[in-house]
Design a protein around this ligand. Sequence first.
Ligand code: NAP
Ligand code: MG
Length: 539
Amino acid sequence: MDSSTGFAQFKEFFYKDYREETDMSLMPFKNEAFTDFTDEKNKAAFEEALAKVKSEFGKHWDLLIDGERIKTENVIKSIDPADPDTVVGTVGKATKEIADKAVNSAYDVFENYWRWTEPEFRARILLKAAHLLRQRKHIFSATMVYEESKNWAEADGDTCEAIDFLEFYAREMMRLGGAQTLVPYPGEENNMYYIPLGPIVVIPPWNFPMAIMAGMTTAALVTGNTVVLKPASGAPVVAAKFIDLLLEAGMPPEVINFCPGSGGEVGDTLVGHPKTRLIAFTGSMEVGLHIQELSAKTQPGQIWVKRTILEMGGKDALLIDATADPEYAAEQAVLGAFGFQGQKCSACSRLIIEAPIYDEVVAKVVEIAKNLTVGHPSDNPNLGAVIDSSAFKMIKDYIQIGQDDGGKLLLGGGTKEGGYFVEPTVIGDVKEDHRIALEEIFGPVLACIKADDFEHGIKIFNSTQFGLTGGLISNDRERLERAREELHCGNLYLNRKITGALVGVQPFGGFNMSGTDSKAGGQDYLMLFMQAKTVTERW
Ligand code: NAP
Ligand code: MG
């Protein structure tokens, strides 16, 4: 955008088109209902969406920089992990020069246009996008079936969460958009407003390629910031489709730069750029800490202290005490451990069981997990493939390390032909200092650890550098109360599985090396994307 364009040109546009037409009164936020696939109608609709997505395999998306579609020399190929010969689609691949241009454009557009727009105007675009996404829900979910190997319910959950973020953040912006309540002072008018920050670099992971990507991107946009989105290289197609949808919903193309590229190559350019104001990142601890370090270094010409939102890995545990019902506990453990092949930051990867019921719970876990099916997710098995060849290799290595350290393979451990399939794997006799009890694996591998007593269980629970999700299953009131205080993690679940946080219901974010605890889907979240300005006028 030409930096001389300025605010005036747009003023008429957003007042006319948006302000007068839309009714400000909104239904209260409600989580999007998950699709019931036992209903034949829904099943047929989903199969139709799968066929439609398949028929469009190989489609290409160009970058979107400064409001223009840009062709690149190189492309990123997005592969079906359950059938790696299949190319789901391709997207352009940015160079360092393009990444630099994207941030410069985001800065100009921020200064000359987007920061001056009305919060309600921006919120309404999110509401419209939520409406469109709801209509095309199965297309987005079916894309994730092929691109990330999610089974139907996992893919549907991801799309529903994205809809929730749009609806929730739109309402949140309307709440935070006006002057905030202050203590009155005689002879003066005092106001405090939340205003936007500047260009925001959004770097999501591949594992919730709709929810987290859309959540971070729209939180940044609705608060009046411009965005450079660098999607994860394993999940660019679903992100490209979402950008198309945002534009259709009325998001001005200049405010959202779609800038796929290798994290290693363009990441440092985006993060280190003097005009980048905030980096909203979700991904591994290693990359998060690298971003933290690089963004802390002031660059020539930089006029602000960069902010970071860094949500990172986990080594999440479910503690089961001797008063728990072993059957129920085992069911909840299996749900948390193997959903989406264990590739959730919230996945249960440590099962800590009090000695008296250790054998019984472990036997039940094996019995339940034994029946889980593995296959191409278009056939809706319990587990699809893991994301790529390096994840496949790393998970296999960890299964070996677990045994080399003294763990006993109780279930799985093998792989399956045709794609990056790893069987649901249970390893028993794991000790709290074994590597598979401490390091994030990000695959379908559950480490079972025996605790001498409840006290010891708490100690093991808190013995990693992470602190994302966790839980306790118990029938003892006193222990449940202690768990609330002493189990140190951002999202603690008592007497249920430890995955599946809902927007608005369980704001999500982790402690310690799991991140900055930004609590996505909570009432504090949007404030991280803004700064407060206090204005006083004396009469
Ligand atoms: P990742 O390898 O850290 O990648 C995350 C993003 O960072 C990708 O877009 C990646 O790009 C980019 N990146 C890589 N190197 C970079 C650099 N030097 N500078 C800037 N960006 C860079 O994580 P992932 O494998 O996608 O996701 C799995 C991890 O995410 C797990 O650790 C999981 O626990 C965590 N996670 C956390 C949460 C949470 O809420 N705490 C939620 C979901 C996932 P490329 O794809 O091009 O490499
Ligand atoms: Mg990775």
